[in-house]
Design a protein around this ligand. Structure first.
Ligand SMILES: [Cu+2]
Length: 323
């Protein structure tokens, strides 16, 4: 048990208090100054817009692209960002216009108005068309990410057709860590990879909180959970997949790193599902070795170490916390 201490020097402590004082002040101010709401809205919208426009230039934007499909996902994000940003500016501009031109005048009662069918039709149909458009545009990317594309190494329903992945591993979430199990890459391919997820082989390599791979490797992940719903999330891969109790959820990725990367690349594996009290501690690492040879060196060393100890995975050499 740790005791939470209130730190008065933390800005996060003062922020809600500042907002409350600001809100009460604004309410009082608006009694005397009819443009108070206009001024507040203008400042807020200008601030939000300026921060959004500035964020790519100061490093608050998306993380590095680390998988074969990350570029595609980013393009979809940018398209949606553009559309929502455009309509944000249009509608907020309209609000400012109304606030400026229709500030309450003393002694006049508000004018009640009823709905305008034409207007309502427009603001229903236009977003409807845009949403349908986004739904259609994203379909090829979604299909590819779900293994329904033309990649010959992914069998359409993961059930049959053999497994042609370079690396096959299960990642099992549990409160609050990631249990990783690799199938020996030199073993013959499996006819039914899904079955292996629940039927370990003696030659499997066990690890905790670390997934290792190399650039260009076709990595097939079989995600499972031992208890509650967890979610495997590596922002750089643009891959986030829930792990559901009682099910094996297959997913895949091909890691990419910038050309000329000669060191290990480490990205955080976060659990993106609030899964209990220590959810925040559930972090692992995706380690991308610079090339296949260094991955193989790591693998054979770890495998040798495991067989030397020949103990259950819980106490094996890799059962160490990495955070
Ligand atoms: Cu979790």
């Amino acid at each position: 048990m740790t005791t939470q201490q209130i730190d008065l020097s933390e800005w996060t402590f003062w922020l809600p208090i500042a907002f409350t004082i600001f809100g009460i002040g604004l309410f009082i101010l608006s009694r005397f100054w009819t443009r108070a709401w206009f001024a507040t809205f203008t400042l807020t919208i200008a601030g939000v817009t300026a921060l959004t426009v500035a964020s790519p230039f100061v490093g608050w934007w998306l993380p590095a692209q680390g998988s074969s499909f990350s570029g595609e996902v980013d393009n979809l994000f940018l398209l949606i960002m553009f559309l929502t940003g455009l309509f944000f500016l249009l509608t907020e501009g309209l609000i400012l216009f109304v606030l400026w031109n229709h500030a309450p005048k003393p002694g006049t009662a508000p004018l009640p108005i009823h709905g305008d069918h034409r207007l309502e039709l427009i603001w229903t149909v236009v977003p409807g068309i845009l949403l349908a458009l986004i739904a259609v545009i994203q379909m090829p990317t979604w299909a590819r990410m779900k293994g329904q594309g033309n990649e010959s190494w992914l069998s359409a329903r993961y059930e049959s057709g053999g497994d042609k992945a370079d690396l096959l591993l299960t990642v099992q979430g549990r409160q609050w860590e990631w249990r990783v199990r690799y199938r020996d890459p030199s073993a013959p391919p499996l006819a039914r990879p899904l079955e292996w997820a629940t039927h370990p082989e003696a030659s499997d390599l066990h690890a905790v909180n670390e997934v290792h791979a190399y650039p260009g490797a076709k990595v097939r992940l079989l995600l499972r959970t031992q208890d509650v719903i967890h979610s495997f999330f590596v922002p750089e891969l643009r891959l986030k997949q829930d792990m559901l109790p009682g099910r094996t959820v297959p997913t895949w990725f091909i890691p990419t790193v910038p050309a000329g990367t000669s060191n290990e690349t480490r990205w955080e594996i976060a659990c993106a599902e609030l899964c209990g009290g220590n959810h925040y501690r559930m972090r692992g690492h995706l380690v991308i070795h610079p090339d296949k040879a260094s991955f193989e060196t790591w693998y054979s060393t770890a495998a040798r170490e495991q067989s030397r100890r020949s103990r259950p995975p819980e106490t094996g050499p890799l059962a160490r916390k990495t955070n």
